[in-house]
Design a protein around this ligand. Sequence first.
Ligand code: PMP
Length: 397
Amino acid sequence: MFENIKNLPADPILGLMAAYRKDNNPHKVDLGVGVYKDEEGRTPVMRAVKAAEHHLLATQDSKTYVAPAGQDSFNHHIANLVFGKRLNTELGGRRVTFQTPGGCGGLRLAAEFVQKVRPGARILVSDPTWANHIPLLGDAGLRIETYPYYDKVNHGIRFDQMMDALSKAGSDDLVLLHGCCHNPCGADLTQQQWQAVTELALQNGFTPFIDMAYQGLGDGLDEDAYGVRLMAESLSELIVVSSCSKNFGLYRERTGALSLITGTQNATAAAASQIAATARGMYSMPPDHGAAVVATILEDQALNNDWQAELQQVRSRINDLRGALVKAIAEQGVDQDFSFIQAEKGMFSFLGLSVDQVHRLVNDYSIYLVDSSRINIAGINHNNLPYLASSIATVLK
Ligand code: PMP
């Protein structure tokens, strides 16, 4: 059965991580992997998470099964966080939320659910999009096509071409949008652009599927949810997958959510029964710990405030680093304009370097980034910034 299996090439990010770990250069910089790092290069457990874990350890009195949809209180609080309390109340029974094993589990659960009710449905994804969207959605059976999104030359969104492509999508299609902090390009839709895409969805009937993995890492928890809330308010059908990996720093605990809105309470109840059966067929129930931590934090005003204060620091650090990088590169006398990096949001941006230039950074300067020249802004700190800026300036000459 297993004799003639083809060996798959190693994932380039994992190869890059391994090479970084082996590198003895004291100046080495890791801009590859997509996790938040603080000024000391650590990915800390957030204070409120630690406090919630202490509380759970002291009070949890059973490890019995929960349910395919996970914990009610997590689902309730996450839906408030994603949609805002007012809108969430208004949506009532038209909205259902499922706790999922991370954002990835939510994306796959949504794709498997759609595949069940609309086999082979087409989903349009941005060019470029996060690489893992392709197997998460495509392996479930959805038909993936792309729409133009990021212009690597002018460092902006190709909005006219995007709208042109989406205008050809209809009621049998899904359109995947990044809620905020686009991965990999950092270029987000403006409020006017969200309005235009929402209008088009209303006219043509396609169903938006929003992946929001970075709520709170761009402009703020509410600000980052602008597009999600506009669509939830305006459209009769919407899929939203959110993740607690970045904003709660819960990466390995696999904590996320799938929210579905349909036109009627009855349709949502029927869809929920299908999603529950789908989850049961894949993993039965989502892992509990991360969701229990999140529910504990969101239920408690003091913990909630402390979590928001720490998240605010994360967000400010990323936005400050964006400005500092642009300034440091300019101070090296580089002609190219890198100010787009300051305007982009979240952890990622493309530097806009060629593969050759990227390889020189990796091989000659021990600055680790993927071939596309996507960098994790949080891998920068005030120690490595001058070295990074001068190395970038050298490979550009
Ligand atoms: N969507 C995007 C765009 C992401 O970047 C990520 C995290 N890298 C996820 C979803 C899901 O992450 P997780 O499964 O860890 O919650």
